[in-house]
Design a binder for this molecule. Sequence first.
Ligand SMILES: Cc1ncc(COP(=O)(O)O)c(C=O)c1O
Length: 480
Amino acid sequence: MEAKYGVSRWPDEKEVFKKMERLVNEPLHHIKPEAMARYMKHFDEKCKGSKAMIEEAKKVIPGGVQHNLAFNYPFPLVVEKAEGAYLYDIDGNRYVDYLQAGGPTLLGSNYAPVNQKVWEVVKESGPVTGLFHPYEMKLAEKIHECMPWVEMYRCLASGTEADMVAIRIARTYTGKQNIVKVGGAYHGWSDQLVYSLHIPYTQTFEAHGIPKEATQNTKEFFPGDVEGLRKVLEENEKNGGTAAVIIEPFGPESGTRPIAMDFAAKARELCDEFGALLIFDEVVTAFRVGPGGAQGFFNVRPDLTVFGKIVAGGYPMAGGVGGSEEIMSCVAAGVKAGKKKAYVGGTLTANPLSCAAGYFAIDEIIKQDAARKAGENGDKLCDGIQALIDKYDLPFVTWNTGSIVHFEVSGVMYLSVTDPDIFKKIPERQHYIEEFGAALTANGVITLAGSRIYTSMADNDDTIAETLAAFEEVFSNVEK
Ligand SMILES: Cc1ncc(COP(=O)(O)O)c(C=O)c1O
């Protein structure tokens, strides 16, 4: 299979860092109060159904919302219909959708050709039997075809589970305990990985309800810092060595801190030198950057690959881990469970619904050249946002790697733990992003928490023009 990639350019990480440093050290450029009042009026007048339902939901659901990415300000929207590039709320408002369910719907939302095929499978088998189904094998073969280093694949329920299992396999295989992650990176919410989330060196800031011991073998290094990684690996050598280094190959938080293009290759070399496994968390990048994922794009072999999101085509139970036959043989399965096996389970994992959905979605992504089309849409959008930043002379920063588009208006994740005012600045800058996201939503555009855009194959010149008009309306109302 000829892998086609949707990433036509790579951000200059030093340039981005310089601009971000400027942004984070400047006072916030607030949206003018009269414009903000207008946006809030939109929610009050046009989103009455959502408002009422969320008020009701608060009585039975903590905070009235279940998903971290459901945009919460001024209240979450209740979405009843999704189609291609658009979402529709229960009040009938239409939005261009760049949340894309947090990443899985590269083909566009509610993609009929995949739905049809999935329903045909489920009509026969129902969603689950607990026994083997042909699409489990078809999915594993399809992933191997896309990413030849994934010789074996094990289905799991989510990216969080898959990250957890990858680490368990690495510890079983190497007999070592320490794991190394990138400061600020998110690899799901398992005890051992809720460590230095969002901002490097924040360690257990967000680890409420998690015993300190759970992260005592988790170490971090600064994003993209090869020498920093070496130091941590050397330090671990005095303490039993390193089981695994886990990275998002495009940089933490889908590349919110971009890294040098050769970083993944350098991490590979260091892992080989120190006898650690290299785990690529490709929950976002797999299939989105191209059928070959980040590993194919860089031509760098990970020992283990973590999958989520697209791997079930937007259907539930989106998670899995893969690698060489030798390493993957550490996963307990069937009668082979035993002493040197990493214990893994899950009643609903590998069900016909998720496996058929993953298989058909990946197949369709390849046939439709979806990563390239979504990547071109990302390039156009990013170029358009940059032109508007220049036109309105704002300190905001935008860059993209194909269909993953970043636009930073407050730089909250670039705050430093050495800043004595960090605890005052985090909520201020976080709230600013929320306001910005709300302003765009009031103009008909939904983004991922006001600071990221995932484009899809369903976007086109019209949706991009509509989006840029919304950005322009908001930018023209930002105080100098
Ligand atoms: C890089 C990365 N790893 C892991 C996860 C966790 O995946 P899930 O939400 O399926 O548990 C996410 C979720 O956004 C992610 O972006």
